[in-house]
Each structure stands twice: as C-alpha cells, then as structure tokens.
Design a protein around this ligand. Structure first.
Ligand SMILES: *[C@@H]1O[C@H](CO)[C@@H](O)[C@H](O)[C@H]1NC(C)=O
Ligand SMILES: *[C@@H]1O[C@H](CO)[C@@H](O)[C@H](O)[C@H]1NC(C)=O
Ligand SMILES: *[C@@H]1O[C@H](CO)[C@@H](O)[C@H](O)[C@H]1NC(C)=O
Ligand SMILES: *[C@@H]1O[C@H](CO)[C@@H](O)[C@H](O)[C@H]1NC(C)=O
Ligand SMILES: *[C@@H]1O[C@H](CO)[C@@H](O)[C@H](O)[C@H]1NC(C)=O
Length: 516
C-alpha cells in the first residue's frame, strides 16, 4: 500500500500535480470539448416549420431586452453554417461538441403530435457531420428555449410540464439516441428558475421572485427525473449512453470567519437546491433552504411554505437520477451576513429569493482581469467547489460542461487565455487531490447571443463578425492556445502560438472517438 501511494505521489509531482509548475500534463482520459446552445447560435428562428420559443417571444416583444437591443433571429446562423462550426471543432481537435436541441424546431406545437421533419434533419445532419470526424455529440435536451405555447400554459410553473418535457425527451432519444451517447437533461436549473421565473433577466422574464422560481425548481427536478427514468427504462439497454443534468454552481466564499453560515446558505440556495435532491443520500431539498423559506413564509402570513414540498414518493423519484454530474462554473463571490443585512432584508416585505437566502454577496474589484468585469477571475473558487463536491457527494464523476470568459471581443484575448489557464490549473489541483473529473468544456465555441448582454459581451474561442452578413468566424488567440492544450494534453503556462499561421485541421488529432 505504502509503495503504491508513494509511486502515485511521485508520478503526480513530476507532471500533473504541483501548482508551481509551468507545464502540467492533463490526464488522457479527460474529454476536452466546446459548447453552444440552440437559441444562442442557430438563428433561422421561424424557418422550415420552427415556431416561436419564449426566447424569440421575449426579444421580439421587448425590443431592448438585450443591452444592445439585438435579437437572435440570425445569431451566428449555425442553422445554415453548421459545417463551418464542425470544421472549427476539427481545427481545435476537440473530443466532443456540446449543443442543444430547439424544442420548437422539432415539435412545433410543443407536443409530440407533430414532428417537424426539417428540424429533425438539421440535428441529424449536425450529428452525422460530427461523427464523420469522430467528434462525440453531447446533447442538451433543454437549454432554456421553451415553446411559447407551453409558456402560455404556465411553462415551468405548471406541474404538467413534467409530462411535456418527458414527451419531448422521449422523441429526442428515439430520433437521435442511436448516435448520441451523452445526454444532458436540463441546463442550469438555478439560472432557468431564478433568472427566468424569479427575475427579468432570461426568458420568460416572469420576475416573480420567491414564488414562480420555487414552483419552477420543483417542476424542473421532477422533469429532469422523468427524462432520466424514460432513458433508463426505455432506451439505455440498447442505446448504451449516459444521461445527466448540468447544474451551474458558482462558489460562495465566506468574506470573514463570521460568515461561514452566510456562505453555506448562499451555496445551498444557488445550487444545493438542485444537487441535494439528486445527489445526496437522503434526497429532498437542503434542510436550511426548506427552513429559511418556511420561516419567512410564516412571517408573511402564508399558510404554507412558498417552496412547494416534495412528497416522499417524489424525493425517491428524484434521488440518484444522474449518471454523472454536469457542472457549469464561471466565477466566485464573497458572502456575508451582518446586522445591516438583516435590516436590509427585513425591509423587503414581499416574497424574495434574496431575502429568503439572507446572505449578501459581491466580487472584489481586484478579481477583474482584462477590460471588462463580465467574468471575474477567482480560480481558487473552482478548486474549492470541486473539492466540496468530492466530499459532499461521494466523489461523483464530474463533467465540466461550461467554463468561459466574457470580454469585449478582441482577437488577441490574453485575458481569456489567462482565465482558461488559471481555471484548468485549478481543475488539475482538484484532480491531484482525488476529484473525479471526466470532461472539460469551454463556453463557448463561438461568440453568441449572451441573453441580456446580447452581443455586447463576447465569449467565443472564435470571433463572429456580426457586421458581415456572411458571419465569418475567426479564431482568437485562446483558440490557438486551447488547440495546443488538446493536442499535447498539456497545460503550458508560457506557450505562445504563432497566429500568422491559419488554424487548420490537423488530421493526427482529429481521428479519435473517445468515451468516458
Ligand atoms: C421586477 O419586479 C420588481 C418587484 O419585485 C420590480 O421592482 C421591477 O421593476 C421588475 N422588473 C421588471 C423589468 O419588470
Ligand atoms: C430600512 O428601512 C428604513 C425605513 O424606511 C430605512 O431608514 C433604512 O435605511 C432601511 N435599511 C436598509 C439597510 O436599507
Ligand atoms: C461591473 O462594472 C459595472 C459598471 O462599472 C458595475 O455597475 C458593476 O457593479 C460591476 N460588477 C461587479 C461584479 O463588480
Ligand atoms: C462591428 O461593428 C461594431 C459597431 O460599429 C463595432 O463596435 C465592432 O467592433 C465591429 N466588429 C465586430 C467583429 O463585431
Ligand atoms: C465578409 O465575410 C466574407 C467571408 O469571410 C469575406 O469574403 C468578405 O470579404 C467579408 N466582407 C467584408 C466587408 O469584410
């Protein structure tokens, strides 16, 4: 035993482990890829039978929903340019591409009564094009663009959505499951519910905090579980893929030694609300979240908690329904709670997610790298998050399904390069300590419609020139750096690419078809 451990330690210290090293190897089993989502890149919003999603509806009904008053009617035009997108993935040499299905492109009524052949053909072509070049499709079934029709019926606040989502997921498995082996049920439940139903920031911008968001939370958990059970019972045996949820978890760090409770509460409210019911042994929402919302609800004179409870049957239906954990992470926050916090939240009389959580958070200015504060740099928070998950959830395998950096879009994006190196290094630190990481995904392959930021924040490895109707894509410095990371399976902090050489397809790296 002793020898095995010392050999492992010796292996580690020479390559992968040791933060001080400028060159670190990345374990070969870790899949490296890039991501996008349907609404943010496809365009063709009403083409070939596609109907209106809540995202289309929002950008059309509130012309300046996005800061730059833009919409995603054309976006990066990936509906027509998917072959170029796959060529970009081949230039990078990625193992996989994570993209999402537009519900209304496949089911124009929102229901499975009518399957739109043209929409099915689009995704089928994209999947075939990826597999032709041995790139694994990693498919998100739902990435926020709900059919507007279903929103008129209440969307994620209506418990019937568990059936509606399940029906859509079944259609997706039947159509594409022969070729797709990695399924993500739902993207970022907290952002979907909190920003979509509790705030005005993402579609449907319902803005009913402390009420609609919690109805959404319960229905999202049950819908995810429905998707999982359908795959498990009806498809897994012959399709032999895996299915998981993607949860966004930003890390809340106590501002001082007095703020541990505030930080724990913030982490539990922002993402424990979803990880705990699915990953913990006991299931159900975190106790502290149930408790705080129940207390506030009683104070407000309500007869029951604004967080609808999960029955023991529902708890069991949700618990354990993910093969691995999909994890999105971008940044961290400092959390605190003091007398003036209590007073501030005490002044809010109506339902409020923030008041329920009761913690304040902020990001110190010196976490800013580059010219914008769109993504604040705190890679140590990524390490802490991965470490927390390792201890809290029995070292469940984690697939990092998004990580990325927003700025104003220059081709020489040294801030983004610094960010990726810092975050990959933090991930390697966690791996050295024993965290089980199976994949890493950059967000995003290309510039895309970044919700309330429109196109004002750029986050792609490839720049998209929206001023040119051909929407040409140009690799940024970060694309060159990521390509070298993938090619060499090495994180070299000092590597400087030669950007005078066009980024091209390298056949020696593009002939892999790797599995977890
Ligand atoms: C969202 O609701 C709050 C009240 O909770 C209100 O003050 C705010 O103006 C609303 N925002 C939008 C964009 O409707
Ligand atoms: C709470 O409300 C009172 C009365 O309106 C006000 O004087 C006080 O400044 C508020 N406190 C905070 C922290 O906002
Ligand atoms: C980022 O900058 C904007 C504009 O200066 C400011 O309003 C915002 O509070 C800043 N955000 C953070 C997290 O510091
Ligand atoms: C496009 O035009 C806008 C406004 O004139 C400009 O700010 C931007 O830098 C241009 N280029 C790209 C690649 O978007
Ligand atoms: C627009 O993009 C196309 C394709 O990359 C290119 O050939 C053309 O020169 C560009 N036009 C302008 C005005 O930059």
């Amino acid at each position: 035993m002793f020898t095995v451990i010392s050999i492992l330690l010796a292996l580690c210290s020479s390559s992968l482990c040791g933060t001080a090293q400028n060159v670190r190897s990345i374990p070969k089993h870790i899949l490296l890829g890039a991501a996008s989502s349907a609404f943010q890149v496809e365009g063709a919003w009403n083409i070939d039978g596609k109907t209106e999603s809540i995202a289309d509806h929002l950008v059309h009904s509130q012309k300046c929903y996005a800061k730059d008053c833009s919409n995603a009617d054309v976006a990066a035009n990936s509906y027509y340019m998917y072959k170029r997108d796959v060529e970009m993935l081949r230039e990078l040499g990625v193992d996989f591409y994570r993209f999402s299905l537009s519900w209304t492109r496949i089911l124009p009524t929102g229901f499975p009564d009518k399957v739109n052949e043209a929409g099915v053909q689009y995704y089928s072509n994209l999947i075939d094009e990826l597999l032709k070049y041995k790139i694994q499709p990693v498919v998100t079934i739902f990435h926020w663009d709900l059919p507007q029709k279903l929103q008129q019926l209440g969307g994620w606040t209506n418990p019937h959505i568990v059936n509606w989502y399940g029906d859509f997921a079944r259609v997706a498995f039947s159509l594409f499951g022969d070729r797709v082996k990695y399924w993500i049920t739902i993207n970022e439940p907290h952002q979907l519910c909190h920003y979509g139903y509790g705030s005005p920031y993402i579609p449907p911008a319902m803005n009913l905090t402390g009420e609609a968001d919690y109805l959404c939370s319960k229905n999202v958990l049950l819908a995810h579980a429905r998707g999982y059970h359908i795959y498990d019972k009806e498809f897994r045996l012959w399709q032999e893929g895996m299915i998981f949820i993607t949860i966004n978890a930003e890390w809340f760090e106590p501002e001082s030694e007095h703020d541990y409770e505030a930080a724990i509460d913030a982490n539990q409210f922002w993402w424990g609300l979803y990880t705990h019911p699915i990953l913990s042994r006991s299931g159900d929402y975190p106790e502290i979240v149930k408790h705080r919302i129940a207390v506030m609800s009683t104070k407000q004179g309500l007869l029951r908690s604004r967080l609808p409870e999960l029955s023991s049957e529902e708890i069991n239906y949700i618990r354990g329904t993910t093969d691995i954990l999909g994890l999105n992470h971008y940044t961290s926050y400092l959390a605190y709670r003091n007398a003036s916090t209590e007073e501030y939240y005490g002044n809010i009389t109506g339902p409020s997610f923030d008041a329920d959580c009761g913690a304040m958070n902020y990001q110190p200015g010196d976490w800013q790298i580059g010219e914008t504060n769109a993504t604040m740099y705190a890679p140590w928070g990524f390490y802490k998050l991965l470490t927390f998950i390792r201890f809290e959830y029995d070292n469940i395998p984690v697939f990092i399904t998004e990580n990325g950096f927003g700025n104003s879009g220059a081709l020489i994006d040294d801030d983004r390069v610094l960010y990726y190196r810092g975050y990959l290094s933090a991930m390697l630190d966690a791996i050295c300590d024993g965290s089980h990481i199976v994949g890493y995904t950059t967000w995003s392959l290309m510039d895309s419609f970044e919700w309330p930021n429109g196109y004002s924040i750029r986050i792609g490895l490839y720049q998209v020139d929206y001023n040119n109707t051909s929407l040409p894509r140009t690799p940024r410095k970060s694309a060159y750096v990521y390509k070298e990371i993938i090619r060499s399976r090495t994180l070299d902090m000092n590597y400087e690419p030669d950007m005078t050489i066009p980024l091209s397809v390298d056949n020696s790296t593009s002939n892999r078809l790797t599995h977890i």
